[in-house]
Design a protein around this ligand. Structure first.
Ligand code: ATP
Ligand code: MG
Ligand code: MG
Ligand code: MG
Length: 565
């Protein structure tokens, strides 16, 4: 191992804080700020200080190594992007208010990339001409920008955040399946190396579009996703996905368009008034009952039912709003459809004229737009109808029948089979074996690199502070000079020896800081091994402490160095 410089706390640009930041709600936010890893610059915008930077770089390195190992090639595309490609795919409009849009001095439209499907598609269009140039997997590790509605939870949900995003390009469906499987395995290795506890869950495609998709969820109190976990087998599913999963049903039992009566008084004002909210309100986790019947369901998570845009179907009956807390009160079954653009384009608005369970759902034909009297199949294509299952605590596991447990989790990664959506929009073809153009099929895959730091903090911290696994820790050993000049001298000596052997050392050599404060800080900072030069420094004896277990042992300097290298 290479000799690495010793990081001296007397010179470190990081102050530990005794108190939690006032606006902090979740553990990782509190601890990463208090331990001097990050500082808030603006809402959802963060600066990384030296210790935080080391952890971030370690996560990045692991991600990079595993991506390289599946043959992915690293590139770096701009974060500042022109509008045109996003117009071609419709996302300039469809992405909604999360997209940071800006103008240059000439009035041209630009955006800050929230995810880069368009630009990668164009890159491959420019570079690949034949099937021989494929398959290819490209990735980058880069800041992404999303104007999150509620940038809370510190690093967990930034408006600027670091993501590894990769994109696969294949000519055949089997090729896409292979690229997807490679990513799935790489992600399993990444999260295992990071020391994260995680589950792989079936998921919805979200704003990405496409068909198959899975999420990597890290169970944690602070998580914003709810997932159903089987305590007995490997079944796990995001409730966001299980809300509209399973059993395709026969589309022929959908009433013909002309048989559907137009509702009498379909006004949003009526609905809003009966809910006691302004018509412009955006409701989360909405469940609307009309005369005891469920008529509208907003899906938990970041999907929203914007009353301003819901224009159809609500008769002026007794409407009650049920919030997330009683979300479990939903009946087991309503029915939805999967449109050609994927599940995200479905809007979960049940038609009140048909009872749940037997109902079909009408809804949007455009993302974020709930158009009056839209009829699936008439006004837009429908790929399949699905029964919508709402999973509740204790429901039987579909695999083994054991009662499911609902838990909170953090989405740390997401893999998608996009299919030809982007290739169609941007006309990405290569010449096939027979000399004819073949449309390329794509996948896209993301790891929240900065989020993984916070997720790891959430899962590993204890009541004393952060507690990193060695591979991501900002140092391997935290050497504490607990005393006066003698102790400092010994601490620096042993630090030098460790560094010479390739061990990453953080040494607390701050003059005039009491041993008590240094001990507390070492536990807050969370390096896995703490080596104290204290009482027996004169004998060349140090104390080695395991940050997690608290176990301690007295050793000579030589023994300690041997133990830690
Ligand atoms: P979420 O559901 O938490 O909003 P997402 O589904 O919108 O995330 P994707 O588009 O799937 O996110 O992006 C890939 C990965 O990027 C996510 O799995 C997550 O780990 C990370 N990520 C997404 N949004 C943020 C954010 N605001 N801050 C930090 N990491 C994020
Ligand atoms: Mg999101
Ligand atoms: Mg998500
Ligand atoms: Mg996602």
């Amino acid at each position: 191992m290479a000799n690495v410089p010793v990081q001296r706390m007397s010179q470190l640009m990081a102050k530990t804080l005794r108190d939690d930041p006032a606006d902090a709600e979740v553990l990782s936010h509190k601890l990463l700020v208090r331990a001097g890893y990050v500082r808030r610059t603006a809402a959802g915008i963060w600066s990384w200080l030296p210790l935080g930077m080391r952890v971030l770089r370690n996560v990045e390195r692991i991600v990079r190594e595993e991506m390289d190992a599946i043959g992915a090639q690293e590139v770096l595309l701009p974060a500042l992007l022109p509008r045109e490609p996003y117009d071609a795919t419709g996302r300039w409009d469809e992405y909604g208010p999360e997209l940071f849009r800006l103008k240059d001095r000439k009035g041209g439209d630009y955006l800050l990339g929230p995810t880069h499907e368009e630009i990668f598609t164009l890159l491959v269009k420019d570079q690949a001409s034949s099937y021989k140039d494929l398959p290819v997997i490209l990735y980058q590790i880069q800041n992404k920008y999303r104007d999150e509605a509620r940038p809370r939870a510190g690093i967990l949900r930034g408006r600027e955040f670091l993501m590894k995003d990769s994109y696969s390009f294949d000519t055949e469906d089997e090729g896409l399946a292979r690229s997807y499987a490679l990513h799935r395995e790489a992600y399993q290795r990444i999260f295992a190396r990071l020391g994260l506890d995680y589950r792989i869950c079936a998921a919805t495609a979200g704003a990405m579009g496409g068909s198959k998709s899975e999420e990597f969820l890290a169970p944690a109190e602070a998580g914003e996703d709810t997932f159903a976990d089987c305590p007995n087998c490997d079944f796990a599913a995001n409730t966001e996905a299980t809300t509209y999963e399973l059993k395709p049903v026969d589309a022929t039992d959908v009433p013909a368009a002309e048989d559907i009566p137009t509702p009498d008084t379909p006004t949003i004002e009526t609905l809003a008034a009966s809910l006691g909210v302004p018509a412009s309100a955006t409701l989360k986790n909405l469940l609307v009952k009309v005369d005891g019947e469920i008529v509208a369901v907003g899906v938990p998570g970041d999907r929203e039912v914007d009353l301003d845009k819901v224009e159809a179907h609500f008769a002026p009956a007794v409407v009650e709003l049920v919030t997330e807390t009683d979300f479990a009160a939903r009946p087991d079954l309503v029915r939805g459809y999967v449109g050609p653009k994927g599940l995200d384009k479905v809007t979960y608005i049940a038609d009140p004229r048909v009872a749940p369970g037997t109902s079909w759902i009408t809804g949007a034909n455009k993302a974020g737009t709930h158009t009056k009297n839209v009829v699936a199949g008439r006004d837009f294509e429908v790929d399949q109808y699905v029964d919508v299952v709402v999973v509740q605590q204790g429901d039987p596991c579909p695999k083994c029948g054991t009662g499911l447990v609902l838990d909170r989790a953090i989405e740390i990664g997401h893999i998608f089979q996009l299919g030809r959506k982007y290739a169609d929009a941007l006309k990405l073809d290569v010449l096939g074996q027979n000399g004819k153009p073949v449309r390329v099929t794509m996948g896209s895959y993301g790891v929240g690199v900065s989020r993984a730091v916070a997720a790891l903090a959430e899962q590993t911290a204890d009541d004393k502070g952060l507690c990193w696994p060695r591979e991501v820790a900002p140092a391997d050993v935290h050497v504490v000079a607990a005393g006066k000049a003698l102790q400092t001298e010994l601490a620096l000596d042993v630090s030098g020896k460790l560094a010479a052997a390739g061990v990453r050392v953080l040494v607390d050599d701050r003059p005039g800081v009491s041993p008590g404060v240094k001990f507390t800080d070492s536990e807050l900072i969370g390096v896995p091994q703490i080596l104290v030069a204290g009482r027996r420094a004169a004998d060349g004896v140090v104390e080695l402490k395991d940050r997690r277990t608290g176990e301690r042992e007295e050793l000579t300097v030589e023994e300690a160095v041997a133990r830690l290298t």
